[in-house]
Design a protein around this ligand. Structure first.
Ligand code: AMP
Length: 303
């Protein structure tokens, strides 16, 4: 694949997309904050397979970081990102400056309510609903700037997918939302740009998040129906690794209300924990309709 074009401004982006729009070719969008790993690349590959023109946005969105979070430290490597995005099939990298995305006088926020943004990561005692308001505002702007037919997100950020789907539905964005499985390291750790914060011993402890989630799956496979009991077992897995969860919860996959039992409806089991400097999240969906889990193991590595 060739080197993608980097568009810095919305006008530049529009000009680059004009031929595709004129010829009614389909446009795919993969929003990212960069420092690409195979999770991001799986979204770009899927967009390449599904749509004619693939845009990856690269923007570390300040409004979704809270005070004291890692905005300044967030890992960045644009040259590498552009190269990897191109290899995975991106045609255009849209990398705007924060001052262009949020010019002086910017005063509009897109907020999804309905109990979707003030639970789990959005709980005011955790990242808070402002995190998701930052996400939905920037995703709304990206959808308007790019005008994609299809937008791709990763299941790793499960709550984000629920919130974005609701925004797209409620505000009638003319776009299809596709969510793809979590890509993992060979040992099961969910890939994340923040994994670079982990030293060797933290990296080992971080694996307990995945083990805890798998213990829930095992419990369900052996007939457990109580989410409370399954989560208690999972909590022990974390405690044994010296990891204190920010949350470890079972919730309905559609409306994020608490799930008390594993029954006919799909249940999202989500965990967040700080390990060293890294705040990590992971999740699993227990869905009686599907036999296999929603995510995949990765074997390859990035060059
Ligand atoms: P980020 O750059 O972390 O904002 O992520 C950009 C997109 O990549 C989001 O849709 C994430 O859900 C997705 N993503 C991040 N990590 C993974 C992963 N391990 N597997 C699949 N998708 C991921």
């Amino acid at each position: 694949m060739s080197t993608p074009v980097v568009a810095r401004t919305r006008d530049e982006l529009r000009a680059r997309l004009a031929p595709a729009r004129r010829d009614a070719r389909s446009i795919g969008l993969v929003p990212t904050m960069g420092f690409l790993h195979e999770g991001h690349l799986s979204l770009i590959s899927a967009a390449r397979a599904r749509t004619d023109v693939v845009v990856m946005s690269l923007f570390v969105n300040p409004t979704q970081f809270g005070a004291g979070e890692d905005l300044d430290a967030y890992p960045r490597d644009e040259a590498r990102d552009v190269r990897l995005a191109g290899e995975a099939g991106a045609d255009i990298v849209y990398a705007p400056d924060a001052a262009d995305v949020y010019p002086d006088g910017f005063a509009t926020t897109v907020e999804v309510g309905g109990g979707l943004t003030d639970v789990l990561c959005g709980d005011p005692a955790r990242r808070g609903p402002g995190h998701f308001h930052g996400v939905t505002t920037v995703v709304a702007k990206l959808l308007n700037a790019v005008g994609p037919d299809v937008v791709f997100f990763g299941q790793k950020d499960a709550q984000q997918t629920v919130v974005v789907r609701r925004m797209v539905r409620d505000l009638e964005f003319p776009v299809e939302v596709i969510v793809l499985p979590t890509v993992r390291e060979a040992d099961g750790l969910a890939m994340s740009s923040r994994n670079v914060y982990l030293d060797a011993s933290e990296r080992a402890r971080a694996l307990s998040l995945r083990r805890a989630l798998l213990s829930v799956q095992d419990a369900v496979h052996t007939g457990e129906t109580s989410t409370e009991r399954a989560l208690a077992t999972a909590g022990k897995v974390l405690a044994d690794a010296g990891v204190e969860p920010e949350y470890l919860e079972a919730r309905d996959t559609d409306d994020l209300t608490p799930a008390t039992e594993f029954g006919p409806r799909a249940v999202l089991v989500a965990v967040a924990a700080r390990v060293g400097r890294a705040r990590l999240i992971d999740n699993i969906v227990i869905d009686p309709q599907t036999t296999s889990g929603p995510d995949q193991q990765s074997t390859g590595g990035l060059r």
